[in-house]
Design a protein around this ligand. Structure first.
Ligand SMILES: [Zn+2]
Length: 139
């Protein structure tokens, strides 16, 4: 990927190289550090673009090869990669963990039918029932 401003900078530096203008006697002793900095900036930019393209390709690989059909498994676009010397890399991911039936369960139990439901309706007689039982006219 390139940007218009980087393309213009690249074109300018190429033009400066092509003309050999900085080697002219009139430029002797002038500070050309900004030109050196600009070239280094473009080199770093190109390296970063290459790294980013590689990172995105690895994330796509992870998405396609590990649980591609599961809604319970997600990888962010900015997922962290932890790559060492082995032939692969760790990719940070989100894995859904259900609380159903665990001490962390957030659902309530309908006192009438016993179903586990996300929300419960409190009745005047103190019963706490699910929407289905409420709609059925119980309590
Ligand atoms: Zn119920």
């Amino acid at each position: 990927m390139s940007t218009p401003s980087n393309d213009k900078l690249r074109a300018l530096l190429n033009w400066i190289d092509a003309t050999g203008i900085v080697k002219q006697p009139a430029f002797a002793g002038m500070n050309i550090q900004p030109l050196i900095d600009a070239r280094e900036f473009l080199e770093r930019y190109d390296e970063n673009q290459g790294d980013e393209a590689r990172r995105k390709a690895i994330i796509e690989l992870a998405r396609n090869e590990v649980h591609p059909c599961s809604d319970d498994f997600n990888i962010d676009n900015n997922a962290e990669l932890s790559e060492g010397d082995d032939n692969g890399t760790w990719v940070s991911a989100w894995v859904w963990v259900s609380f159903a039936g665990t001490p962390f369960d957030k659902d309530s139990t309908c006192s009438d039918c016993g179903d586990k439901v996300p929300s419960i309706i409190g009745c005047p007689d103190g019963a706490e029932i699910c929407q289905a039982c409420f709609d059925a006219g119980r309590h």
